[in-house]
Design a protein around this ligand. Structure first.
Ligand code: ACO
Length: 332
């Protein structure tokens, strides 16, 4: 058996923020033709948090980022880079990360968004790890944030019941020689399934017109079953790939923090990885699918309540529009 890889970067601190306002399944029964029973049984979601009218994406991202910096015992001045995974930034241009830089008081450091939908945080971690590994950056703030409630069609029951708003963050810095840090990270995209999850209007292919807006072309459209099938397969294969790269078996894992899209997807990934469901960090019942924010919110909750502790091995995996997916294995 070969020696485990030597980590180059490690997680120094995590943080998250979710808006105060809660929308329950029963609340949704009053808006669309759905039921608490259908949503709970088919997805595991019971509530989701929704941003207030005066909140924007970068506000939530900055709060999560500040909390991660605080947990790491660092200041914004210590950062070399900010990466924000989001598909629902403040505006199409500039990057949400540029606003975050200003809101947390960081200097003129590179700050950019990554568009990988629900996989945005895993993409961000993978990029940050590379910059730290080469020595080009020492300290990187990675944020996953979405304000999806503003880009959902609240008359479409097949999407509006699934998603929620929130932000999660991690500060990465150089690993020491204690074996803690990112052991392996893998990212993938299959653009042949780009049509399965889109916001079709508002880009060069379909500039927005009043007619397009009336047809909700600027809102999320999803082929749920197609995504469902591929999510189980690809979350399992990406997880298996990072385990192999790190020379570990699923039996040696302490926790899995999978993207919180659907409880039935998580259950099937648990079966396929032969890893017990009790060792998955699950909060989908409270937040729904917060896309790129779902992993860092769950990770931070489990760190703060003492489930995840120093030295434990944690596998994170996510899949979203693109379709893009990936997994990261970390020793905390
Ligand atoms: N309430 C009541 N009935 C509903 C609702 C609802 N909210 N939504 C759909 N239905 C109905 C459908 O109309 C259909 O009715 P019909 O049989 O009369 O036609 C029936 O329920 C079954 O619909 P399905 O689509 O077959 O339901 P399914 O069991 O596949 O669940 C779901 C749908 C929850 C969307 C599931 O497919 C899923 O979770 N997909 C994955 C989504 C995902 O992972 N997204 C991640 C990426 S998100 C990102 O990147 C931003």
């Amino acid at each position: 058996m070969s020696a485990p890889p030597t980590p180059k970067s490690r997680i120094l601190g995590t943080g998250h923020y979710v808006p105060e306002k809660v929308v329950s399944n029963v609340d949704l029964e009053k808006i669309v033709d759905t039921s608490d029973a259908w949503i709970t049984e088919r997805t595991g979601i019971r509530r989701r948090h929704v941003a207030s009218e005066n909140e924007v994406t970068s506000d939530m991202a900055a709060l999560a980022g500040r909390r991660a910096l605080e947990a790491a015992g660092l200041n914004a001045a210590d950062l070399d880079m900010i990466i924000v995974g989001t598909i629902s930034g403040d505006s199409p241009m500039p990057a949400c990360a540029a606003h975050v830089q200003q809101k947390i008081g960081a200097g003129d450091i590179p700050a950019f968004d990554v568009s990988a939908a629900c996989a945005g945080f895993i993409y961000g971690l993978t990029i940050a790890d590379q910059f730290i590994a080469t020595g080009a950056a020492r300290c990187v703030l990675v944020i996953g944030v979405e304000l999806l409630s503003r880009i959902l069609d609240w008359q479409d029951r097949t999407t509006c019941v699934l998603f929620g708003d929130g932000a999660g963050a991690a500060v990465l810095g150089p690993a020491g020689d204690d074996g803690r840090g990112i052991l392996a990270s893998r990212i993938f995209t299959d653009g042949s399934l780009a049509h399965a999850l889109t916001i079709p209007g508002g880009g060069s292919a379909e500039p927005l017109t009043p007619e397009g807006i009336a047809r909700k072309r600027n809102k999320v459209h999803m082929m749920g079953q197609e995504i469902f099938r591929v999510a189980i397969k690809n979350l399992t294969s990406a997880s298996t790939a990072v385990l192999k790269a790190a020379g570990l078996t699923s039996g040696e894992l302490d926790w899995v923090v999978a993207h919180q899209a659907n409880m039935r997807i998580i259950t099937q990934v648990s079966d396929r990885l032969s890893f017990p469901l009790e060792k998955f960090v699950i909060n989908i019942q409270e937040y729904g699918n917060t896309s790129s924010a779902s992993i860092p919110i769950a990770l931070d909750e489990a760190v703060r309540d003492g489930r995840i502790t120093e030295g434990q091995s944690v596998l994170m995996c996510a899949l979203g529009a693109g379709i893009s997916w990936g997994a990261t294995l970390v020793r905390m």
